[in-house]
Design a protein around this ligand. Structure first.
Ligand SMILES: Nc1ncnc2c1ncn2[C@@H]1O[C@H](COP(=O)(O)OP(=O)(O)OP(=O)(O)O)[C@@H](O)[C@H]1O
Length: 258
């Protein structure tokens, strides 16, 4: 029987007079790949920011496994196995792809970011094992050839892949992907679709995917939640969501072809 991994219970976020997320309730089962879609300003990124501790909740609760995690800080959220990516890529500029990947390890190890940067004995002791894991991950993302390049010099699609690879190296149970195909060309997008499937199925990482590319969402998400003005307007499988009148009016548009 499938088990609930995450539960949002009447989650609300107000920014002054604006309510970005309003009484939003949903659950995610272990191993699920859930699509979260909706028009600009619907509250998708705010929801991610609430789950990841980047924003304080106004009211409502977030439960992960059996624990209330509503008030945890971002570093505590990372520690319990929830990773995320941002719409704006958050790689460390001035550092290479490899160095950015190495930074991921300081989160769940007994050495800190300075050990990583200054390559102290504590870091070097485990380096071989980490380098192997990094190599394997970069191979899966098809970006091994950029390992020694500064991230700032790379095209957006490659940076995006490196950002997701870094999140995967945190070994999360749950990953929140915020518009991962933004800035990607069609062939990079196709590649990323396979990567997301690999993350979800082979690495067994539960996934919530916020994405505006409906080709991606409809192809890989067995269940989709549609948000508008901070709450759910529809939920179900791709066929159900694509033929829902409210979703067509609020988001997909009348010219949308199934
Ligand atoms: N830090 C903030 N301060 C004030 N208002 C905010 C803040 N973050 C988001 N908002 C507002 O909250 C609402 C929801 O924004 P959010 O970014 O969550 O939408 P979204 O569904 O992710 O949109 P998009 O698809 O364009 O990324 C919007 O009206 C937005 O302007």
């Amino acid at each position: 029987m499938s088990k609930q991994l995450l539960k949002l219970d009447k989650l609300t976020k107000k920014f002054g007079g604006l309510t970005a997320v309003e009484n939003f309730s949903m659950t995610l089962e272990e191993g699920e790949l859930l699509g979260l879609i909706g028009p600009n300003g619907a509250g998708k990124t705010t929801t991610f920011n609430l789950i990841s501790g980047n924003l304080a909740v106004t009211s409502g609760n977030i439960v992960y496994k059996d624990d209330d995690i509503t008030d945890l800080r971002p570093d505590q959220i990372a520690d319990i196995g929830i990773a995320r990516t941002f719409q704006n890529i958050r790689l460390m500029t001035g550092m290479t792809v490899l160095e950015n990947m190495q930074l991921a390890f300081h989160i769940w190890n007994d050495y800190n970011i300075l050990d990583t940067i200054f390559r102290t004995n504590r870091f070097l002791g485990k380096e071989d094992q980490y380098l192997k894991e990094i190599d394997e991950t970069l191979k899966h993302f098809n970006i091994s050839q950029y390992k020694d390049e500064k991230v700032d010099d790379l095209p957006p699609g490659i940076q995006r892949k490196a950002d997701i690879a870094r999140a995967i190296l945190l070994k999360p149970n749950l990953i929140l992907l915020d518009e991962p195909t933004a800035g990607m060309n069609p062939s990079e997008t196709d590649e990323l679709v396979n990567i997301i499937k690999w993350i979800n199925k082979d690495l067994n990482i539960s996934t919530i995917l916020v994405e505006h590319d409906m080709r991606v969402i409809m192809n890989i998400c067995p269940r989709i939640i549609v948000m508008e003005q901070g709450d759910i307007i529809a939920e179900g499988n791709p066929e159900h969501v694509q033929s829902n009148q409210k979703v067509i009016e609020a988001y997909l548009g009348k010219s949308y072809q199934i």
